[in-house]
Design a protein around this ligand. Structure first.
Ligand SMILES: [Zn+2]
Length: 271
């Protein structure tokens, strides 16, 4: 999971979402806002709705490659996901910054799962509403889930490129206790480590990135024209699972094989 590019909606769609959100916010009770928000989102998030067609277009542009999911980077993204669930936060149901494009296997289990950090010392508090429970506001606190629209997930997470290709909580002075709780929660709720196919896909991507960087270096050393080098770079960036590439850039000094490649092509550190 990497931070998504900050793209804006065109004015007309942005205004529509704002109007729709204001209508929900104006309802008197929390329960009414939850109910209306869910109902109105369902009826507007359709192929016939020009605003949502545009929303999906722009969310697609944020995705890697062939519209890969913004959480797992693996499956096709085909669901407008509310980062803060609409079942709990009706004030975010039509909020542009609360959307990303996700796949069913990510969106399904996440559903209305959510947690916040609250109290002193700060603790993780699950605010998911149990089935049949009264519709009341969740406990206040700051969201636990890492938000790739506004935050860099790699501030919180570290990908093991040596053995497991699993994510871990990043161990760095800048990572606070709150960040650790959030990283751990995000990995669990999105199942980023316990889906075997994701781990396998990251391992494969690593091999492909390394091979493509090797080809680039060979071409460069043979004096290939810039246009050919650019094509190799573009092909490398289409491999997918870009978290793997970002981690190869960040961790290259730890691995002699990678370091040799990046030393030969230091420009690749900025791709
Ligand atoms: Zn996914």
């Amino acid at each position: 999971m990497i931070q998504l590019p900050a793209l804006a909606l065109e004015k007309r769609a942005a205004r529509k979402l704002k109007d729709w959100q204001a209508e929900v916010n104006a309802l008197a009770s929390y329960a009414a806002r939850v109910q209306a928000g869910k109902q109105r989102f369902k009826s507007r998030n359709t192929k016939r709705n020009a605003t949502f067609n545009h929303v999906k277009d722009v969310l697609s542009q944020m995705c890697q490659g062939a519209r890969r999911c913004s959480y797992c980077e693996d499956s096709v993204a085909d669901e407008v996901e509310h980062i803060m669930p609409k079942d709990l936060y009706p004030e975010g149901v039509f909020e542009w910054d609360n959307y990303l494009y996700a796949c069913g296997p990510c969106n399904g289990p996440k559903n209305s799962e959510f947690a916040v950090l609250a109290g002193a010392p700060r603790k993780l508090v699950t605010v998911t509403r149990p089935d049949g429970a009264p519709v009341t506001s969740p406990q206040a606190g700051s969201p636990a889930l890492i938000n790739p629209r506004t935050e860099d997930p790699l501030h919180f997470l570290f990908l093991d490129l040596l053995n497991t290709f699993a994510f871990d909580v990043r161990n760095a002075p800048a990572v606070t206790d709150d960040d650790r709780l959030r990283a751990d929660y995000t990995l669990r709720v999105l199942h980023l480590n316990d889906r075997d196919y994701l781990v396998k896909a990251r391992r494969t991507a690593f091999g492909t990135y390394r091979a493509r960087l090797g080809e680039y270096v060979t071409q460069k050393q043979n004096g290939a024209a810039q246009a050919i080098l650019d094509r190799h770079r573009d092909e490398l960036l289409e491999v997918g699972h870009q978290t793997v590439w970002r981690e190869m850039q960040r961790q290259q000094a730890m691995y002699p094989v990678l370091k040799a490649l990046f030393d030969a092509a230091p420009e690749a550190l900025a791709w």
